[in-house]
Ligand binder design. Sequence first.
Ligand code: SF4
Length: 694
Amino acid sequence: IIQHGQPEHSVITTCAYCGVGCSFKAEMKGNQVVNMTPNKDGHANHGHSCVKGRFAWGYATHKDRITTPMIRDNISDPWKEVSWEEAVAYAAKRFKEIQAKYGKDSVGGITSSRCTNEETYLVQKLVRAAFGNNNVDTCARVCHSPTGYGLKQTLGESAGTQTFDSVMEADVIMVIGANPTDGHPVFGSQMKRRLREGAKLIVVDPRRIDLVKSPHIKADYHLKLRPGTNVAVANALAHVIVTEGLVNEAFVAERCEPKEFEAWREFVARAENSPEELEAASGVPAKQLREAARLYATGGNAAIYYGLGVTEHSQGSTMVLAIANLAMATGNIGRQGVGVNPLRGQNNVQGSCDMGSFPHELPGYRHVSDNTARTLFESAWGVSLSNEPGLRIPNMFEAALDGTYKGLYVEGEDIAQSDPNTQHVTSALEAMECVVVQDLFLNETAKFAHVFFPGSSFLEKNGTFTNAERRISPVRKVMPPLAGKEDWEVTQMLSNALGYPMNYSHPSEIMDEIARLTPTFHGVSYDKIDAMGSVQWPCNEDAPDGTPIMHIEQFVRGKGKFFVTRYIPTDEKVTPKFPLILTTGRILSHYNVGAQTRRTNNSAWHPEDVLEIHPHDAEDRGISDGDWVGIQSRAGETVLHAKITDRMQPGVVYTTFHHPFSGANVITTDNSDWATNCPEYKVTAVQVMKVTQP
Ligand code: SF4
């Protein structure tokens, strides 16, 4: 796969893995990639890279790639290879038949944060204009949908507030439910540089992640909470800030809504929110909570970085609101070195949300019931659009099992592996009459598909990704698509076959349309991206060169809005039958469900998911390091090797989700965030027992 020899030319492109969005030079010999060399001029990575972006791109030409479209009448039939034209016509015919029989709302689409902005924009346009409904969702549903909700409500924009470089001016760094050295390695290294320079560190995590203690770095506070108690911890921190007079009164008076602030102040000051009251629930000593709150509020520039350990909870959205409350109360927003910074797991989580792939929002986060916005799109697209929010991913599954949702177009997302409660998901897929999968490989979801459209990797197409700091970066084609089509071309063909015409000749034309119709993108174009290397939105008449730091003089919504964030324990309780809590995360060498990294040399470094368990819990169960253990939850059961480690706290076990055979999502439940349905991946009550063999 990796060609050796002297490169003849290079192409600047962007890593297809995590939300750091590192810039690379793809060094080429003919049509073959020789090297992926980190780009010194890359604004997000400044010439740095990690083992994924630098070495794990060989999946693009792996022998498992499917390069010919395929169809079958039933999922028990063998696949039949056909031409693009036949496959597209077949899919369109089946979707039309379903809509004729069950109504226009009986079909929809799911796009992925691995897709480019342009691809995602086209999928949501196809669903809205060709299917005629709003049944479009993205895999951000299962990761950062609470971020979109919470930051829009409090600050006015569904995005992080800073650049990555801003961390170099932070005096206090609070990392909540994120593991940047594994999940966002290049930014994790930058954060470590700042910590070595003397910045203080507060880690809020049930597990002892590397940042807590690594060479030359030791967290000042590790708030080792029980999974599911984030909001209790945030409220305890807020209680100390309010009751000890640490609120930045001048900032709040000038920048925030007074009525909501006073309601929040009164709420968090109550004794029920004191560290002493919440110590038992959270498992964090009150003294630590008090000292950490004082450090965050008085230690200079204080920045919060958070990840899926915040969002993937039944109170995920509440916790995002609580984080914004803390930043506003202490005035830590609107300048370098501070802010609220969601660390996005995938390369284009931010972009997939920006592009309107939510069932309630058009591109640019405008609600489908917003008449002005909808009229703008109706006029540009020449169709009338529904003002009713469509189905979210979990609602699609429920509707499929109810018999009202029958057809699904899914691009770049392996829902059968990545969504919770696998049994429920696969039953829903089986109940559908037409599932169209567009992907590089025959993934788990494709087992339930009637049409397979071969996808194109990031090396085979043009487009853009938007990273966690709102940076729109170029994705540039370095080799022809193996299957002959770029993903956006396939969506366009399907739309045309469905009867809604699209005739873009290049993704730059799609971006031009996005820019025309989206106020925060008015100034974005391929010419600008190529000239500047990348650009951070908002990029428009007010900010022609983009916006590194948001909310400087006022919040996007005008005044910042506080929310009362009551701690409500999750319904997922431990019991004598399920006495341990399972939580999940990532490892450096792999990426999400592993479809890409498992097909590279990285697979040798971490060939399987394992269950991390505290020595006391292991001893209680007679488990030795390396034993097979059965893990049983209310949803299902799986088997993994045990790894005994005091990284874990007693009562909490941990695994990753990079391998399909480990079936982590077989055991996760249907619980989800109250506002967005983001699954509660981070809290599953389980029992763990030694078993002889899987
Ligand atoms: Fe950069 Fe993330 Fe790619 Fe690593 S995986 S090279 S940190 S974008």
